[in-house]
Design a protein around this ligand. Structure first.
Ligand code: BG6
Length: 488
C-alpha cells in the first residue's frame, strides 16, 4: 500500500489515551476537526491505556480536557457530544499480553476499512504494540501506525525501535510525528520558498551570509523532569524540531509536494550536515542549564531545584552548523533552543550578504535580512535600506526599513489550525508528506549523537545561565567570533 492509494481510516485507536499529550493536544484537536465537520463520517475512536475506566468515565475525561484545551477557547456542546459518541475505551496495560490480545481483537471487530493506530506511549513499547497488532492479524495493508517522538534516545535505540516496527509494517504504513511539521507557520516556509520565484535565486551561499534558527521557550520542564532529564535540549528539541526546520530552510526544491519527493530532499540536507565531534564541540557548540531567575518579572526556580536533584542535563543548546553542499558551502546555520529563555519565540532569520560596493560613500549600509517568525505569532519581515528623507548636503543618508507581513491580519478571516488537526487528517487519509521517514530520524540521531559523545569525550558540562536570559555566555561567542551576533 502506498500513501497515495490509501483509503481514509474509519477507526482510530489511541494507545496512551489517558496521557498528558492526549489530554492537552490530541482530543482537543479531534474535537476541532469534529467541530469543522472534517472527521471521516463513520470514524470510530477507541482509546486505550492502563487505567480501568468504563466508556462513560473515559468520555468524561475527554470532555474535561476538550473544555480546558479547545483550540479556539470555546467548546460547542453539539460538536463535543458528536465527538464523544464516536469514542469507546478499553483498558489494556501494554505489558499484559492477554489484555493486549483482547484489545487487538476489539480493534479487529470494529474495523470497517482502514485503521490508524496512534502510539502515544513510551517509545520502548512501540515494538510490542506492533507485534500485538500483527498477532491479531492487523499487520497488513489497511493498518497505519502513527508514532510519537522521541524515536529512541540515540541512533542504536532508534534503529532498534524502527527495526521492531518495520518487522511488522512497511515504511509506507508508518507515520512518525514531528508536530512542528503540522504547524501552519512551518508549512508556510514551504509556501514562501517554493510558491514565490523571488527568493530562490538568492537562496544560496552567494547571497546569504548566515542563517539563525531559534526555538526559545519560557517554560521549564513542566513536571516532565523524569523524562526531560534523560533527554535534554539536544534530544528533546534539536534532533527533531530544529533539524526539521533546518531541512525546510536548506533543502533543494522537491519536484512535488508529496511524501517521497519532500523527504528525499530533507534527507539530503541531513546527510550534508558537517559532523561536530570532540575536536569541534568546544568552539561550535554551547550547552547550558538554567539556574533560578525571573521571567516577565516572576521569579522561577532553577532546573536542579525543579528536578529535586543536581543534574548534568542541558536545558539549552546552541550550535554553529554547516550544510556541506554546493548551495550552502561556507554559510553557518546557527541553531539554538532552550527552556526558561526570556521570550517564547520560534523564528528563522536569514541575513543576506552586504552590497558588493557602496556608491554612497561612508553612509552605513546594513545587509538585508528576512525574518520568518513562526511562534507565538506569524510574521514575515524583510529588512531593506531606504533613503532617509531630507536634503543632506553631505551625501545621501540611508535608514533601515522593514516590509512587514502580519499573517494574523492578512488572514483574519481564516482560522489557524493546531498542528495535530493537520497531522490527524493526513494520517487518517494516509498522506505522509508531513511525517518523518525512518532514514531522516536515523541520520539526525547520528549527527546529534556525535555532538553528545564529543561533549563527553571533551569533558564539557553545561554552563549555567539564569532563567530569563538567552543562555550561557558561550552561546554569544559562538557567532560573535565570526562577526555574527544573535538576533534579539
Ligand atoms: C516537544 C518537547 O516536542 O515540543 C517539549 O518535548 C517542548 O519539551 C515542545 O516544550 C515545544 O512545542 P511547541 O509546539 O510548544 O513549540
Amino acid at each position: 500500500m502506498t500513501a497515495s492509494t490509501a483509503h481514509t481510516a474509519q477507526l482510530l485507536t489511541l494507545f496512551g489515551a489517558t496521557g498528558d499529550l492526549a489530554g492537552r493536544m490530541l482530543f482537543p484537536s479531534l474535537y476541532g476537526l469534529q467541530a469543522e465537520g472534517l472527521l471521516p463520517e463513520r470514524l470510530r475512536i477507541l482509546g486505550s491505556a492502563r487505567s480501568e475506566l468504563d466508556d462513560a468515565a473515559f468520555r468524561e475525561l475527554v470532555a474535561q480536557s476538550v473544555k480546558r484545551h479547545a483550540p479556539d477557547g470555546e467548546c460547542r456542546e453539539d460538536a463535543l457530544r458528536a465527538l464523544l459518541e464516536r469514542i469507546e475505551y478499553r483498558a489494556a496495560p501494554l505489558d499484559d499480553a492477554t489484555s493486549m490480545a483482547s484489545l487487538v481483537e476489539a480493534i479487529d471487530a470494529r474495523r470497517d476499512g482502514d485503521v490508524l493506530c496512534h502510539l502515544s506511549t513510551a517509545p520502548r513499547w512501540y515494538g510490542a504494540v506492533c507485534d500485538a497488532l500483527a498477532n491479531g492479524g492487523l499487520a497488513g495493508a489497511g493498518t497505519r501506525v502513527m508514532l510519537e517522538k522521541p524515536i529512541g534516545h540515540d541512533l542504536s535505540s532508534a534503529i532498534a525501535i524502527n527495526d521492531a516496527v518495520s518487522a511488522v509494517f512497511d515504511e509506507s504504513q508508518v507515520f512518525r510525528v514531528d508536530h512542528y511539521l503540522g504547524k501552519e507557520g512551518v508549512q508556510n516556509l514551504l509556501a514562501l520558498r517554493f510558491g514565490n520565484a523571488l527568493f530562490e535565486p538568492l537562496w544560496n551561499a552567494r547571497h546569504i551570509a548566515q542563517v539563525q534558527i531559534t526555538v526559545a521557550e519560557t517554560v521549564g520542564v513542566e513536571g516532565r523532569g523524569d523524562y526531560y532529564d534523560t533527554a535534554g535540549a539536544v534530544r528533546d528539541m534539536l534532533q527533531n524540531h530544529l533539524l526539521q526546520l533546518l531541512c525546510l530552510v536548506a533543502m533543494e526544491p522537491p519536484s512535488q509536494f508529496e511524501p517521497t519527493a519532500v523527504r528525499n530532499e530533507k534527507l539530503k540536507v541531513l546527510r550534508s550536515l558537517r559532523p561536530i565531534g570532540a575536536a569541534e564541540v568546544a568552539i561550535e557548540t554551547a550547552a547550558g542549564q538554567y539556574t533560578a531567575g525571573a521571567i516577565d518579572g516572576v521569579a522561577v526556580p532553577g532546573y536542579a531545584q525543579e528536578l529535586g536533584r543536581a543534574s548534568g542535563t542541558e536545558t539549552f543548546v546552541a550550535i554553529r552548523a554547516h550544510v556541506d553542499n554546493w548551495r550552502w558551502s561556507g554559510v553557518p546555520f546557527y541553531l539554538r533552543t532552550g527552556k526558561r529563555l526570556p521570550h517564547r519565540r520560534t523564528e528563522i532569520f536569514i541575513q543576506f550578504r552586504q552590497v558588493p560596493h557602496s556608491i554612497f560613500g561612508s553612509a552605513p549600509i546594513a545587509p538585508n535580512s528576512l525574518l520568518i517568525e513562526l511562534q507565538p505569532d506569524e510574521h514575515i519581515s524583510l529588512r531593506l535600506m531606504s533613503k532617509t528623507p531630507g536634503l543632506d548636503r553631505s551625501g545621501l543618508q540611508l535608514s533601515k526599513v522593514t516590509l512587514d507581513l502580519d499573517m494574523q491580519d492578512e488572514f483574519a478571516a481564516h482560522c489557524r489550525r493546531p498542528a495535530y488537526e493537520r497531522l490527524y487528517l493526513d494520517a487518517l487519509e494516509g498522506n505522509g508528506t508531513l511525517f518523518v521517514r525512518r532514514d531522516e530520524t536515523e541520520v539526525a540521531w547520528r549527527w546529534v549523537d556525535a555532538i553528545r559523545a564529543g561533549w563527553r569525550d571533551a569533558g564539557l558540562q553545561p554552563r549555567s545561565y539564569p532563567a530569563g536570559t538567552w543562555g550561557p555566555a558561550a552561546a554569544l561567542t559562538l557567532g560573535e567570533r565570526h562577526g555574527h551576533g544573535w538576533r534579539e
